[in-house]
Design a protein around this ligand. Structure first.
Ligand code: XIL
Length: 299
């Protein structure tokens, strides 16, 4: 096959990218994005600060720009993200306790209601666990509102849009031996046992020299899938863009029947949130990098 999206579709999967609304006027960018990818995640435009800048006042201007571009070009959309400690608007940062809990519920209901029936997967909760060896929840205003905040978010999400797959999304959960991975695994297992609605786990997969790809990644994906959830690679970028590592990640997804697809976190290196690491599949001039060919051949 000649593009990433078509190649992934051969096995019923997708190949996606993060799209930034501010770049939709750049024709080099949109040409590549439209040609290669068939799933879109808004890089920032559906986050809490963008969609509810003032409490109770929703703004979908930028989110809809990304959504409409995707759908007009025949792509599916992953929603990102509804409950997160980061990129909260100032009003939410100032909330705690039951007031914050209600605001979170209202936010999930408002945003998912706007996109009801239109989003393939939602990252309902993002990055709720701490790095390192503790396996603990990350301290945040959401966590301080009560340990049940994550399951409340998922139950609210299911009610708001029953058609969307509901995902938990995180980073440093790729290495099966890490405490953070095991902690998320235990949470998902508990949710499945207790009937808390969860359909998928997103592995951001921001690989760099501090958190490199590990060959037990496939074990991680398989182990989560065995709990009865789908898995997805949601924000892939690899410092230095090693073609071998990109092929390994691709093969690991293909080896797991419940791996839905792969999303890379941007189009060209110059679009990356970590441009200095040149972690993506296209050069700044739009040309294909060796990692691109490696992924295409693996798919
Ligand atoms: C990043 C964006 O790429 C940047 O543009 C923004 O300044 C910060 O957020 N984990 C996530 C993503 O879930 O939302 C983050 O995206 C990268 C890390």
């Amino acid at each position: 096959e000649s593009t990433l999206g078509r190649a992934a579709a051969q096995s019923g999967r997708y190949f996606g990218t993060a799209i930034a609304s501010g770049r939709l006027g750049d024709s080099t960018y949109t040409t590549i994005a439209n040609r290669e990818f068939n799933m879109v995640t808004a890089e920032n435009e559906m986050k809490i600060d963008a969609t509810e800048p003032q409490r109770g006042q929703f703004n979908f201007t930028a989110g809809d720009r990304v959504y409409n571009w995707a759908v007009q070009n025949g792509k599916q959309v992953r929603g990102h993200t509804l409950a997160w400690h980061s990129q909260q608007p100032g009003w939410m940062q100032a909330l705690e306790g039951s007031t914050l809990r209600q605001a979170m519920i209202n936010h999930i209901t408002g945003v998912m209601g706007h996109y009801k029936g239109k989003i393939a997967q939602w990252d309902v909760v993002n990055e709720a666990f701490e790095d390192g060896t503790s396996g603990a929840r990350r301290n945040s205003n959401l966590q301080r509102s009560g340990n049940d905040w994550i399951e409340v978010a998922f139950r609210t999400a299911r009610a708001a849009d029953p058609a969307a797959k509901l995902c938990y999304n995180d980073y440093n959960t790729d290495n099966w031996t890490w405490a953070k991975t095991q902690a998320v695994y235990a949470m998902v297992k508990d949710f499945k046992q207790r009937g808390v609605p969860i359909d998928c786990v997103g592995f951001q997969s921001h690989f760099n020299n501090d958190s490199p790809y590990n060959s037990n990644y496939r074990t991680t994906l398989q182990s989560f899938a065995a709990l009865g959830v789908d898995v997805a690679i949601t924000e892939l970028d690899i410092q230095g863009a090693s073609p071998t590592t990109y092929a390994n990640v691709t093969n690991d997804c293909l080896a797991v029947p419940r791996c839905l697809g792969i999303t890379v976190w941007g189009v060209r290196d110059t679009d990356s949130w970590r441009a200095d690491q040149t972690p993506l599949l296209f050069n700044g001039d739009g040309s294909k990098k060796p990692a691109y060919t490696s992924v295409l051949n693996a798919l």
